[in-house]
Write a protein that binds this ligand. Structure first.
Ligand code: MG
Length: 160
């Protein structure tokens, strides 16, 4: 039996790179602002993984009222979420991620992002998909004010 979870996150851009996304630092003139390192890809994936297992959400696991989460590496949060579902008898099977922003282009960084995420998720790199899209100039994303990420995670019982 497999289960699927969905996650969404968005963060506002501020001047000054690099842009931390999917556990890597992308050369950019903007960066995401947030309580942790503001890695929207890791946050959406963390919620997708937790959601698949019915294990709550990132806000409950890593509250922004906890000083320990200030500036925190979101790859570490994703890894902890994966450990949480492992303890519940699940493992991550495969994930699919869509990053929506006008810039920078995601394609050139896809391979590095997939490798970093695969390590955190304990899956082969081929089980991680990252896709980039623009918002065709519409809305806050179109105006270059921030980035949004949608992630889907499929999990399976351990040993399968
Ligand atoms: Mg976030």
């Amino acid at each position: 039996m497999h289960r699927t979870g969905i996650g969404y996150d968005s963060h506002r851009f501020a001047q000054g790179g690099p842009l931390r996304l999917g556990g890597i630092d992308i050369p950019s003139d903007v960066k995401c602002t947030g309580h942790s390192d503001a890695d929207a890809v890791c946050h959406a994936l963390t919620d997708a993984v937790l959601g698949a297992a019915g294990a709550g959400d990132i806000g409950a696991l890593f509250p922004d009222t906890d000083a320990a989460n200030r500036g925190r590496d979101s790859i570490e949060m994703l890894t902890i979420a994966v450990q949480r579902i492992l303890a519940m008898g699940w493992h991550v099977h495969q994930v699919d991620v869509t990053v929506i922003c006008e810039r920078p282009k995601i394609g050139p960084h896809r391979e590095a992002m997939c490798a970093r995420l695969a390590h955190a998720l304990s899956v082969p790199p081929g089980h991680v998909s990252v896709k980039g899209k623009t918002n065709e100039g519409m809305g806050f994303i179109g105006r270059g004010e921030g980035v949004a990420v949608i992630a889907v995670a499929t999990i399976a019982p351990r040993g399968q």
